[in-house]
Structures are given as C-alpha cells and as structure tokens.
Write a protein that binds this ligand. Structure first.
Ligand code: SF4
Length: 723
C-alpha cells in the first residue's frame, strides 16, 4: 500500500519541502510539498532524482576495502578495525598533523555530520583540516568575522520585501539562492518587478538570472572589488551616505571616505569594463531606493580580490542604509541559532593563527585553504600529510588543479572515505565507509536556516529505516572517534543511544523560539506534529544586539588595497579569462549518476563569444583545447553572445572519465573537469581562497564539428611545448 511522507530535499541550500510516495522499499513519486510554508510546492528537477540516488545500483551499501585495483566488501567491524589501525599508525609515527581531513559541501545539509561528524574531525587535533569552504564562501565568512565579530553573522537579502535587488557574481535562478536560502527564487525575483521594483544583474555572463532581470551589465571577471570601491566613491562624493539608525554603532566611516577617494568609476572603468556613468547611476539608485539590497555570491569571492569584494558588499549595504533594514541585507532568527551557539562554543572564528607548511597560506577558523592540500601531501619534509579522511567530498573534481591532487592521493600511506560512491576521489581510499543517503536519514536544516530569507523550522524523520547492516554518517564518526581517540566511552555510549535528535531538542529549547517563549515554544515534539514545517515569520532587525561590533574598515582589508591598486595600474592583457557556470540539472559532482539529470545534449561545454571564436577559427560544436599553467583539456565549444568578449565559461563537477570509478551513468556522460585547468597557485592572496573565477586561459582548435582536424597554426601549444 503506497504511503506519502514529507521531507526536505537536501541537495542544495533551498531546502524545498518534498512529498515522497513509497511502497515497500521503492520510491514511487517525489513532488513538491504544497503545504511546506516556505517552498509552497516548488521543486527543481534535481529533487525527483533523489529516487535515482536511493535506488542507484552503483551506490555502495557495505564497507569496501581496496586491494590494488580490486575492491572487496567487508563487515563494518573489520572495516572500522582497519581504519582505526591505519589512522592510529600514521598519528603515532608522524604526529597529529600528518592526518588530514577533507569535508565536502553536502556536510552542511546533513544533521548527523553537523552534530557528530564535525566535532569528531575537529577533535583529531590536526592543522590539516580542509573543506569546500575555501572554494566557495570563505571570504564571506571572514568578512562577517572582521566586520561583526562572528563568522556566522552573514546577512541575507530580504528578497521578498526589496524593491531593488542588485546581484553580483551569483545566479540564484539556477542555484535557488546561496547564503540566501530561497526556494523558487524565480518567482521571488519576478515579484520584485511585479511590484514596480528592479532586478539588476552584474555578471560576465548573461545568466539565467540576468534573463529574469530588469537589467544586465557585463563586468570583467576579478574586478568586482574595484567596481564596489567605485560605488563607494560615488556615495561619498555625492554625499549619499546614510547609515540610518546604525550610525552610532558603526566604526570606520572616516577611513572609508579616504579609501574611496582613489577609486572614481572613471579610474576603474578600464579594468571593470563598466561605463562610469552607469556605475554612478546605479550607486545613486541604490542610495535613493528605500528598500534595496546588494547581494554578492560565489563569483565575487572565488577570485583574486575575493576578500575585498566580500567585505565591500557589506560596506556598500551599510553606507546606503540597507544593512539590517527590511528589504535590505538582514539577519535571521532561526530556531537553532548559530550565532550565539558559536559564541558559547568559542567558535566566533579565527584568521591567520597559523599558516600552511609549504606556501604559508593562512588558517581560517581551524581550516587551511584547500588550494594547498596537494602540495601538503606531495612535498617531502617534516609535517607532510600521510593520511587523509574524506567525508562527503570529491576534491579531485571540485578543487583547483584536481589532477595534481589525484596524483598526490595515490601516494598517501592511508586514506579512508566516508562516502556512498566509488568516485574520482574515493577510488584512492584504502577503505570506503558508505553511509545512509538522503531518504534514509532524519533531517533538520541546522546550518542553512541561518541564511534563509524567511524564518522557518522543519523536522523530517527518515522515510526508510536504515537496514541493520547500514550506518548513518554520525554513527560512523562516533565509532571512529571511539576506536581512534579512545576514552570517553560512557559519553559516547550515551550519544549513540540519543543520536542527533537529542542535540536538536537541546538547540530548539535554547533557541529564540524555545523556552524563552511563554506560549507556542518550539520543541522537537511540536515539530514532529507539523510535518510540513513551521513558519516563524519574516526577517527582523537584529542589530546592534546581534553583533559584537560593526567595524566597516578592518585593518586587514585596508592593507590589501595596494595589491588591488597595483592590479588596476596594469592594462588588461589581451587574454581569455575563465569563469565557472552552475547548472540547474547538476549539483557539483554529486548527481551525474542520475539518468534523468544527465540525459539530453551534453552540457559540459565551453561558452565563448562569437568575436573570440572567430579570431581563433572556432565554430559552434568544434572541440577546443583549454589550457593554463596547471593543465590542458579538450572540450566542445558553444559559441554564444551570452558571454562577454574576452571571457569563457565551463561548468564544474564533470570529468568522470578516470579509471576505477564506479559511476556507470556518469562515466557515459563524463565531460571534462574544469579543475584540471584551474590553478592552485591562482588565489586571493589575502584569504588563500582559490581564484577559480578570472583565471587566464588559452584556447585552440583540436577538431572541427564536422570531424576535420584543425590547421596546425590554430592549435594551442601543448603543455610540453609550453614547458
Ligand atoms: S532547488 Fe532543487 S535541489 Fe535545491 S532543494 Fe529545491 S528541489 Fe532540491
């Protein structure tokens, strides 16, 4: 007899409610949950693919041990013993830092990993902790730390009440918001225009979001910080600065006035490619619109001046009176609030407490930038990484110069992956410990509710009970903690019995909607009775109380400005710059084994402007080489005027051609990995974040669409020739 269960899609930040109809152990249907107070029935195509993951014959269901190129199933106990021995051996021989950890992006969507996995990884005491943060959002978290004193205090656009939404380096129409949890953002953006407001997209590509916007303007990659400084210049020059009610609490205004002086739009125009008059008009519009917000996302922080750009987004919102105001950049009041929890746990954030061994890049909140991971493994010497734990991550495809990391992983003494797939990264592991997947886990949106455009709370029990021979991620981490670290057995036995739900209950009771409320306080029992979730209302003003400080001019950023000035003085070279591209039917590297998501024409294509294509003799459908210092790949081109001249775009997460991978569908739709070209040495020097956006590249022609080889004069030199 079919039954329908309500859950959340945990694939991306939008957290859409889903209604899942099942019979026995089969998923019959996945639809949007019309009664979810936040997503109101919306889902994107990826949600239905959760069924493909659930039934995927390639998904690992038992621990796997590698012997050469062969893999064997083993028992959980035997696998844990092997892993404990391997990790303990490396720690004993070489010390704590010889064991590294890489935590992938899905961890942020996983209640068990957040409550048990992250504390376990941290308790290993290694300086070599890495995560997707440093290829995604580190500059935003650093800006929150520097300006407000708490790394989690990142404001989100109050998109449902704004009348001017300026989007810089983001594509919410495809992502459904990032550090802006906003299911069905297309409808929310359309609503801005319907109520007479404007949506402005500033991006090197006419993105899917730009297609919905009132206006799109192309900006040269890597120059967003210069553009924002010019906006700031206009605000001061034309006396448009309005701090509003936050004025008594804000520090650094005088310094900003001096800083802005040298960045008139006419000065930065050659670098940004933006018309100075357009920049001036936009600054005036932002200042004069009472409900307006500037939103910057991944494209602004994964570039050479990502630290500055992320800081300046906060600054411009503050200077125009849009910080912590309805319709502006606001803070959430989630049921479990990361901001006070971080303060209580001493996790406000840190920067530069130590540096990486080889290149000296700075630590951020206990992590090193992932751009140094390969060199920390393959560079001999004291402190070298000898063993690695990966959890829910595929850094070979998702981090810069993945090919070097691929080679480095093969040289480790020991590696264990907590992952349901034998993929491009986990194929190097000695042991793979496969956890349960989405529909087999209970869920509460612990992390992303802190960055949501509306306050909501929802708990979903697992739809399918885990089989006796399966383990949840949190159970795996707890067992590894016991066997690797020892001690605390009574506490761990209790934790094993209570599970993540006990911590969830504590968090709900202690949160702003918990025991402090006289009536209608939130508890896990109450959430269980409301399977569609609970609406906790719109965003509210939270400053100054929520922040330790509002310092708009931290010294860290002021000291980085000369680097930007030097860059502006260099004339833009006649070179192609590479940017990424997020796709609706793709989710990093995770979902390419779903037949329904990869069907249709190949989507791993290089976008190039017609002028650039003509200059290189390229036609639509030709295969080109794409090369950088780091490597060279071959990729089909798509000639389109949706990309600005001088820029090419390739999506990430592809490249499933490597041997030894057990992803049959993905291998048939392999594509190429952009991270075989991105360069681990091309970084934002301030934060260490990988600058995967704006990388100088070269293209040539390998073969024309009709199969004929390209004239030799048009091909780019091979890596060997360049060397
Ligand atoms: S936007 Fe799509 S992938 Fe993201 S949560 Fe919603 S249904 Fe899932």
């Amino acid at each position: 007899m079919p039954t329908t269960h309500f859950h959340s899609c945990t694939l991306c930040e939008a957290t859409c409610g889903i209604a899942v109809t099942v019979e026995g152990d089969r998923v019959l249907d996945i639809r949007g949950d019309d009664q979810d107070p936040f997503s109101r029935g919306y889902i994107c195509p990826k949600a239905t693919a959760l069924a493909d993951v659930h039934h995927d014959p390639d998904r690992l269901r038992h621990p796997m041990v590698r012997a050469g190129d062969d893999w064997f199933e083993t028992s959980w106990d035997a696998a844990f013993e092997l892993v404990a021995a391997g990790l303990k051996d490396v720690r004993r021989q070489y010390g704590k830092d010889a064991l590294a950890v890489y935590i992938g992006n899905p961890s942020a969507h996983n209640l068990g990993l957040l409550t048990f996995g992250l504390p376990f990884f941290r308790s290993l005491g290694t300086r070599n902790e890495y995560s997707a943060t440093s290829i995604d959002q580190l500059p935003h978290m650093l800006a929150a730390l520097q300006v407000f004193g708490n790394q989690f205090l990142m404001p989100v656009p109050d998109v449902d009440r704004t009348d001017l939404f300026i989007c810089l380096g983001g594509n919410p129409a495809v992502s459904n918001g990032s550090i802006m949890t906003a299911p069905n953002i297309r409808v929310r953006l359309k609503a801005i225009r319907d109520r007479g407001g404007r949506v402005v997209v500033v991006d090197p590509r006419r993105t899917e979001s730009a297609a919905l916007a009132s206006e799109h303007c192309s900006i040269r990659p890597g120059t967003d910080a210069a553009f924002l400084l010019s906006v700031m210049h206009v605000l001061f020059e034309e006396r448009l600065v309005r701090l509003g009610r936050l004025a008594p609490h804000v520090r650094g205004l005088g310094t900003l006035r001096v800083v802005a002086d040298g960045f008139a739009p006419e000065v930065t125009a050659a670098a940004t490619g933006l018309d100075p008059e357009w920049v001036r008009a936009l600054a005036r519009e932002l200042a004069s619109t009472s409900r307006a917000v500037l939103y910057g996302r991944v494209g602004i922080c994964t570039q050479e001046f990502g630290g500055l750009a992320a800081w300046l987004v906060l600054v411009v919102n503050a200077l125009t009176g849009h910080l912590d105001e309805p319709g502006g950049a606001m803070f959430t009041s989630p049921a479990i609030d990361a901001v006070p929890l971080a303060a209580a746990a001493g996790q406000l954030g840190s920067f530069g407490r130590y540096r990486s061994r080889v290149r000296g890049l700075p630590e951020f909140s206990g992590e090193l930038p992932v751009s140094v991971l390969a060199e920390e493994i393959d560079t001999p010497g004291e402190g070298r990484i000898r063993a690695l734990i990966t959890s829910a991550g595929n850094p070979v495809l998702s981090t810069p110069n993945g090919a070097r990391l691929d080679r480095a992983l093969a040289g480790l003494d020991f590696m264990v992956s907590i992952d349901p797939y034998l993929n491009e990264t986990t194929r190097h592991a000695d042991v793979i410990l496969p956890p349960t997947v989405h529909l087999e886990r209970s869920h509460y949106e612990l992390a992303l509710a802190n960055f949501s455009v509306r306050n909501t709370a929802k708990y979903s029990p697992a739809i399918f009970p885990r089989a006796p021979d399966q383990r949840h991620d949190w159970e795996i981490c707890l067992e590894l903690a016991t066997r690797v670290l020892g001690g605390g057995s009574a506490v761990r036995a209790l934790a094993r019995r209570l599970g993540p739900e006990a911590l969830l209950e504590l968090g709900l009771r202690a949160g702003p909607h918990g025991l402090r409320k006289l009536r209608g306080s939130l508890s896990l029992a109450r959430l269980k009775k409301q399977p569609h979730g609970v609406d906790l209302g719109p965003l509210e003003r939270r400053l100054p109380g929520r922040a330790k400080k509002i310092d708009l001019a931290p010294r860290l950023y002021l000291d980085d400005l000369p680097r930007l000035r030097a860059r502006l003085e260099r004339q833009p070279a006649d070179e192609l710059l590479l940017i990424g591209r997020r796709q609706l039917r793709s989710n990093n590297s995770w979902m390419h084994n779903s037949p329904r998501l990869v069907k249709g024409k190949p989507r791993c294509t290089l976008l190039i402007h017609p002028e650039d294509a003509a200059r290189r003799g390229l036609a639509d459908g030709d295969t080109t080489t794409l090369s950088s210092r780091a490597g060279e790949i071959e990729v089909p081109v798509e000639v389109t005027d949706s990309i600005m001249p001088g820029v090419v775009s390739l999506p990430h997460g592809w490249g499933h051609h490597r041997p030894g991978v057990r992803l049959r569908v993905a291998s048939e739709h392999a594509g190429v990995s952009v991270n075989d070209v991105t360069d681990e040495h091309f970084i934002d020097e301030l934060t260490g974040t990988s600058a995967v956006s704006g990388l100088p590249v070269r293209v040539g022609v390998v073969s024309a669409a009709d199969g004929s080889p390209a004239p030799a004069a048009l091909t780019s030199p091979s890596a060997a020739e360049r060397a």
